[in-house]
Ligand binder design. Structure first.
Ligand SMILES: [Fe+2]
Length: 126
């Protein structure tokens, strides 16, 4: 089983270590409440304050969105489509929820492995 890194794994590190964790950590951005059977947008962004490199030997390859143990969305990244400069990668998924959600995002850097977001609970109402 591969290791999943979180920002918390590096919380007690130096400022440089915290920047390393920041630029790798996926963040889920969405409302915390929505309506059943209605399209619901979930944005995932890699990094909060620090941009991740986008070089031929160091880049993100995919972002997944999970609801508990179910994969609900995935994008594959073509590095060349983002140019060569560091950047905040963002993507958006649209779900049509039937029940409340416990979302987590996982993203894969080809040099630094798998990174997981904080869990986000979304209450789904009628
Ligand atoms: Fe990386």
């Amino acid at each position: 089983m591969p290791r999943l890194f979180t920002y918390k794994d590096f919380d007690s590190g130096s400022e440089k270590v915290k920047q390393y964790a920041d630029k790798h950590t996926p963040v889920i951005i969405c409302e915390r409440e929505t309506t059943r059977n209605t399209p619901f947008n979930v944005k995932v962004r890699i990094g909060t304050n620090v941009k991740h490199p986008n070089a031929p030997d160091h880049h993100y390859e995919y972002i997944q969105l999970w609801n508990l143990e179910t994969l609900v969305g995935e994008i594959r990244l073509q590095r060349s489509s983002y140019g060569e400069k560091p950047l905040f990668i963002e993507t958006e998924f649209t779900l049509i929820p039937k029940v409340s959600l416990r979302l987590e995002a996982i993203a894969y850097c080809n040099r630094h492995g798998l990174w997981i977001s904080e869990e986000v609970f979304v209450k789904v109402k009628d």
